[in-house]
Each structure stands twice: as C-alpha cells, then as structure tokens.
Design a protein around this ligand. Structure first.
Ligand SMILES: C[S@@+](CC[C@H](N)C(=O)[O-])C[C@H]1O[C@@H](n2cnc3c(N)ncnc32)[C@H](O)[C@@H]1O
Length: 268
C-alpha cells in the first residue's frame, strides 16, 4: 500500500538485505515488552515531557529518532493536540506497528524510513522544536553519534531541545558493569511476573535477551561492531553536546543503564 505520509530514503539500509538484522523482526513483541522490560520506561518519557512542558507548546514540530513502535510519539500526540510529529526509523516492520498504533493521529504524523547515520534531515521538510530519541542512538558508532548530534543542532529551531534517553556508560567501569547486571536481573524478575500476551512475547524474546547478555556482559571487554550496543559515557556525550553549542546541557535522570541527556539550541 502507498502511504502519502511516508518518505523513504533511497539509501536506507532497509532496502538492503537485512534478514539477520534484529530490528527487522519481532517489532510487535518489542512493542509489548519494552514498557515492562525497560526499567521505568514510561516514567522516563513522562518526566521529560513534564520538564519541557510539551503540552504548553504551540504547534510544535517534534521528531522521534529510532521511534520503533511509536510509543513515545503516541504519548506526545495525546498530550499536545497541536503537535506535528516526524517518525524516523530504518525498520519497516517497526514502522508498520507504529502506523497501526498511531492510526488515529494519521494527519499529524509523517514517517521517514531512513538511517540515523544518513540523510534523514534532507527528508525533513521543516525544522524541529523538539528532537527525542530513546534506546536507539547507542547503536551508532561514536563518530556517528557525534555527527547525529550535530545534525540535530542544525535542524532545531532556535530555542529547540534535543533529548536522548538511552543506554549509556556511567563514570566508573565497575558501576557500569553493575548497571548491566542490574538489567539482566530486572529482566528475569519481570519475566516471572508476566502473564498472557506479555509472557508469550517474553518467551519469543529469550533469544534476543541471551544475545544481549553475551554481547554486553560475557563479552563486555570485546570490541563492539556496528549495530551492537555501543555504550558511551553520559559525561562524554554531554561534552559533545556542549561543544556543538547546546546550552543547559544536563543529565536529567539516570536509571541504572538508562541516562537522559540533552540540551537546548540557543535562541540567537
Ligand atoms: C530498542 S528500539 C527502541 C524503539 C523506541 N525508541 C522505544 O524506545 O520504544 C531501537 C529502534 O531504533 C531503530 N534503529 C536502530 N538503529 C538505527 C539506525 N541506525 N537508524 C535508524 N533507526 C535505527 C530500530 O529499528 C528500532 O526501532
């Protein structure tokens, strides 16, 4: 089906063979599981919407980078009936799940199927007032993260905000390891509490959880490959934001592995 509110980047990796890419499969199960498997998932989103007083903004243009199944956008659209949103992600299956979830907002959301590393900004027809991202940017290599933050700065309107809620390293390696172990324990404990469709999705995700554990805990000191969880410290990422020119850069929250960082583009 052709959707008039969807733009595909010609060079998006979606168009290449990605049969082994975990972002191409099980999007629906991720949608079910993320709010229960990521500690305080909804809380982190709400806290930033409160902080930025999203509901008070007039006709804001909001971009979600690596928007997945559209959960964050759904909450933004509900809070601010004048918000116009842009969904950016490389995965068609995730986009399909988001499209269904956000059906009733179809006239307020545009979908951009593109890599965060590449020309998604060229496909954005307007500048943004807010750019959010959750659990996506850590998949980029460090130089790509920095380039992405630069691009965000360039396409923000003066006074606009970038917020990244993401898996990040902390200051000391032993504490970082603890944050990884914590997530493993948290996931197992949540698994014991789940029922019905949640439990089914949980069992289907066991393989992904095992792979996460191998990559991040067993092989914690091995070099990471592109697309892995390339955790970088919140301090270094905040320093990048500051260098780029963001103001009011801060760590707005930290829940073990998840850190919330961001900053504001100066008004002048
Ligand atoms: C862990 S999910 C998070 C989804 C959503 N932000 C959330 O918090 O529920 C990561 C998302 O980022 C997308 N993603 C990962 N790497 C990407 C890249 N390089 N370019 C565009 N999207 C990417 C995946 O397709 C997936 O939808």
């Amino acid at each position: 089906m052709i959707h008039t509110n969807e733009i595909k980047a010609p060079d998006c990796r979606q168009n290449a063979s990605l049969s082994d890419n975990r972002f191409q499969t099980m999007a629906k199960d991720y949608d079910t599981l993320a709010p229960v498997m990521v500690p305080y998932y909804g809380f982190m989103q709400s806290m930033m919407m409160d902080y930025l007083r999203i509901e008070d903004a007039d006709n804001p243009v909001i971009v979600d980078l690596g928007a997945g199944s559209g959960t964050f956008l759904e909450r933004i659209l509900l809070r601010n009936p004048s918000a116009r949103c842009y969904y950016v992600d490389l995965s068609q299956p995730f986009m399909n799940v988001a499209r269904q979830k956000l059906q009733r907002y179809h006239d307020r959301v545009k979908y951009i199927l593109a890599d965060l590393e590449d020309g998604w900004t060229d496909l954005l027809p307007v500048n943004a007032d807010y750019i959010f991202s959750m659990s996506a940017i850590h998949h980029l290599e460090n130089h790509e993260k920095q380039r992405l933050y630069h691009r965000c700065f360039d396409i923000l309107n003066p006074g606009g905000w970038l917020v990244n809620i993401d898996e990040m390293k902390t200051i000391y390696p032993d504490a970082y390891f603890n944050s990884l172990y914590y997530w493993d324990r948290y996931g197992q404990a949540q698994g014991k509490r789940l029922h019905g469709e949640y439990l089914k999705a949980y069992w289907k995700w066991q393989d992904h959880f095992r792979q996460w554990k191998t990559r991040n805990i067993r092989n914690v000191n091995q070099p990471k490959r592109k697309g892995d969880d390339i955790h970088e410290s919140f301090l270094l990422q905040m320093a990048w934001l500051k260098e780029i020119g963001f103001q009011q850069v801060d760590l707005f929250g930290k829940i073990h592995l998840w850190c919330i960082i961001g900053g504001k583009k100066p008004k002048q």
